[in-house]
Design a protein around this ligand. Structure first.
Ligand code: F0G
Length: 350
């Protein structure tokens, strides 16, 4: 534990002798068995992959550690990304650790508070733009053409390489691949990475099968499902508020090759799953993360049968990233004077 993904999976990564080993303790995240929802949904076994347990609270750290290592290997002194929040938090952390300049371009006011706080805390240069993630990514790509700075968005293949280690971990823990993997889709890098990981581990004889890849966009930001870019993507799940995903094609291939699909879930479905996860399983994921469970519930309701199947839902980031959404959904807060009698009365015990 705590060795980080570069040391853990070095033989599966394009490392050279000059690739530095960077480690903030990313990877080795828990694969936790469901105690409630799996049974209700008729799953043989249901697991949650808790990517919020990574050092900056999301799966991005797996890819960022490797992208930063390769940037340093190539002599880079600065990294840059566009982000809906988590990529910027992760880039800021690994950049700080390695003494690199970090530039993050983010859509003003569209980033969950916790993520913004992280980018500030780690000392990144933050540029807010009046526009959305897709605008920010375009600007970042143009900047990389003109200036000596390394791109660390998931268009960078080393991000995908690092992120594929999550599939390795699932197989290492279960002893084989699951039957289904449910995963949120935004810029579509992560579903691409997971599929690459499952294919490579299968080829290496580490699993007997590969899972069906079940990707879920948010309905108001569902370009892949619609088949065309969405100009003004809208969803409560700010992490996946993306209208023109960079890894569009590879996400479609992952779904097709695996016998899976890419579909979408509504904000209501996302928020319902977000609350089910925390209140029924004790797992506090951020809203985008709940798209995986919302997808599973949707598929169950459309008649899919998961009996006897092993199902994994990827919980991509911690709920602490987005306190506003949690607080907006607060139900039973009671305000009373600070004495025993008042508290007992409020609890119905007085
Ligand atoms: N879940 C969370 C918590 C995310 O932050 C993201 C993406 C996704 C799911 C979707 O993953 O983009 O690989 O399909 N966040 C990016 C960011 C876009 O800037 O932090 P994807």
């Amino acid at each position: 534990m705590g060795r980080g993904v570069i040391l853990n999976y070095r033989e599966f990564l394009p490392c050279t002798d000059a690739t530095p080993v960077i480690n903030l303790g990313e990877g080795d995240t828990p694969l936790v068995a469901s105690v409630s929802l799996g049974g209700q949904l008729g799953c043989g076994e249901l697991y949650f992959k808790l990517e919020g347990c990574n050092p900056t609270g999301s799966f991005k750290d797996r890819g960022m550690v490797f992208a930063v290592a390769k940037a340093i290997e190539s002599g880079s002194k600065a990294i840059i990304c566009a982000s809906t929040g988590n990529t910027s938090a992760s880039a800021a952390a690994y950049g700080a650790r390695c003494g690199l300049d970090v530039i993050v371009i983010v859509p003003e006011g569209k980033i969950a508070r916790g993520k913004f706080a992280q980018a500030i805390a780690y000392g990144a240069n933050i540029v807010n733009i009046q526009g959305n993630f897709d605008d920010a990514l375009k600007i970042v790509l143009a900047l990389c053409e003109k200036h000596p700075v390394s791109l660390v968005n998931s268009i960078n293949p080393f991000r995908i390489e690092g992120q594929k280690t999550a599939s390795f971990e699932i197989i290492d823990v279960l002893g084989d691949a699951p039957d289904y993997l449910f995963i949120p889709v935004g810029n579509a890098g992560n579903i691409t990475a997971y599929w690459k990981g499952f294919v490579e581990y299968h080829r290496a004889g580490k699993s007997t099968k590969k899972p069906r890849m079940m990707g879920f966009e948010a309905e108001g930001a569902a370009p892949i499902v619609k088949g065309y870019p969405v100009k003004e993507p809208k969803t409560v799940a700010s992490a996946i508020r993306i209208g023109n995903p960079a890894s569009w094609k590879s996400a479609v291939s992952a779904a097709a090759e695996s016998g899976g699909l890419i579909d979408c879930v509504t904000d209501d479905e996302i928020l319902e799953s977000y609350q089910l996860l925390s209140t029924r399983e004790g797992i506090f994921g951020e809203p985008a993360s709940a798209a995986s469970l919302a997808g599973l519930i949707k598929m169950k309701n459309t008649g899919m049968d998961f009996s006897g199947k092993k199902v994994v839902c990827v919980i991509t980031g911690t709920g602490l990233k987005d306190p506003e959404t949690a607080l907006a959904n607060s139900r039973s807060i009671i305000n009373v004077p600070g004495d025993l009698a008042s508290v007992e009365k409020a609890l119905g015990w007085g």
